[in-house]
Design a protein around this ligand. Structure first.
Ligand SMILES: [Zn+2]
Length: 368
């Protein structure tokens, strides 16, 4: 086994004050809050923090269509898109708005993940909360994602001779862009847990993408107990059987109970358990963010992911400096008008244990 060096955190200041626009679910701050919270907790000394570089056009066209990348660059420069670009590249439509950093921000997320793929080549752990744009397509935007940084990161590992790769996606939405990019590729196994019937409505249990995918569509109300059963009964055996040289975890925070875009009911303990269980199953690990649209639950979840990667104890009550990061956040939804105090004063949610329903057991080979 490779001796792991200390985990690294790749962030960027580009996310601070960047917004998809008022009224869009991605109007809320996420990465900047996660960084601030980790710093306030004393978890992010300068020596483990790296500022993500912007990817180069040559790097992202390893997967993306050069004409599409040029259209993103044009959209940022002009802050509008032609009808032709709208139609052809889904920019400025369907939840993929033209916003101030529409080129630089995805290029920075991609650059961060590509840096992570290089830094982990000799072995190691890198956390990129700004990454995880799993819906991005080679030639168009999709589901708030412009580029697909998980695909780019995994391709970089493959190009460096690192395989097989396990991709584990616990975002509330199916990791369709990553699954499709590696469909039928024996070097990559994509595993996705997502809410059944939710957009993009792909990733059925019988969808194996030619043998390269495992899908676990779960019903509304999916709880911590059910995630534990799925993790231990299906996800970990699948990953262990692959004997991966590297694991990529997309740790979207939108399957949390308080998230506005899904009806799943996990507590952040579930996310940390998944990350903790996968941490030591391969010599290389990249963990990214993903979805997550309640600014308090995202930042608390993702700061706790960093603590999990490092083995830090999570305090019962946050110190005043950390509370001061969370208290001023603004969230223009009903839940933001009167947020409960524990969103400011704690990192760890109360566990959300519950019945393990037959639909979950049916997803596990031995119990089906
Ligand atoms: Zn999502």
């Amino acid at each position: 086994m490779v001796v792991m060096s200390r985990p690294l955190f790749i962030g960027s200041e580009i996310y601070r004050n960047s917004t998809y626009g008022k009224g869009h679910p991605l109007a809320v701050p996420r990465v900047s809050t996660t960084i601030d919270l980790c710093r306030a907790l004393g978890w992010l000394p300068d020596e483990v923090y790296r500022e993500a570089p912007m990817a180069t056009v040559a790097q992202v066209t390893r997967f993306h269509d050069p004409a599409y990348v040029a259209a993103l660059q044009r959209a940022e420069a002009e802050q509008q898109v032609s009808e032709a670009d709208k139609q052809r590249f889904a920019i400025g439509v369907a939840g993929n708005p033209v916003y101030a950093e529409i080129f630089r921000r995805p290029m920075t997320s991609a650059g961060g993940v590509l840096l992570a793929a290089r830094l982990t080549a000799p072995g190691g752990i890198v956390y990129c909360p700004g990454g995880g744009t799993h819906h991005g397509r080679a030639d168009r935007a999709s589901g708030f994602c412009y580029l697909n940084d998980p695909v780019l990161g995994i391709l970089s590992w493959l190009d460096q001779g690192i395989s097989p790769v396990a991709y584990v996606d616990i975002d509330a939405h199916h990791g369709d862009g990553v699954q499709d990019a590696f469909a039928g590729d024996p070097r990559v196994k994509t595993i996705s847990v997502h809410e059944e019937g939710r957009w993009p409505r792909t990733g059925r249990a019988d969808d194996t993408a030619g043998g390269s995918a495992r899908n676990f569509p779960v019903p509304a109300g999916f709880n911590d107990s059910e995630m534990r059963v799925l993790l231990e009964g299906a996800i970990l055996p699948e990953v262990r059987a692959l004997k991966p040289a590297a694991i990529f975890v997309q740790c979207g925070a939108d399957a949390l109970e308080e998230d506005p875009l899904s009806q799943l009911s996990l507590s952040n303990n579930a996310h940390w358990s998944v990350v903790g269980a996968l941490r030591d199953l391969a010599p290389r690990l990249i963990v990214t963010g993903g979805g997550g649209y309640n600014p308090w639950t995202v930042a608390r979840c993702w700061a706790g992911v960093w603590a999990t990667l490092n083995g830090y104890d999570i305090p019962q009550l946050l110190p005043p400096a950390a509370e001061a990061v969370l208290r001023p956040l603004v969230y223009n939804r009903a839940a933001g008008r009167n947020p409960p105090d524990h969103w400011f004063t704690t990192l760890r949610d109360a566990p959300r244990e519950g019945m393990v329903r037959p639909e979950i057991l049916a997803l596990i080979p031995e119990t089906a």
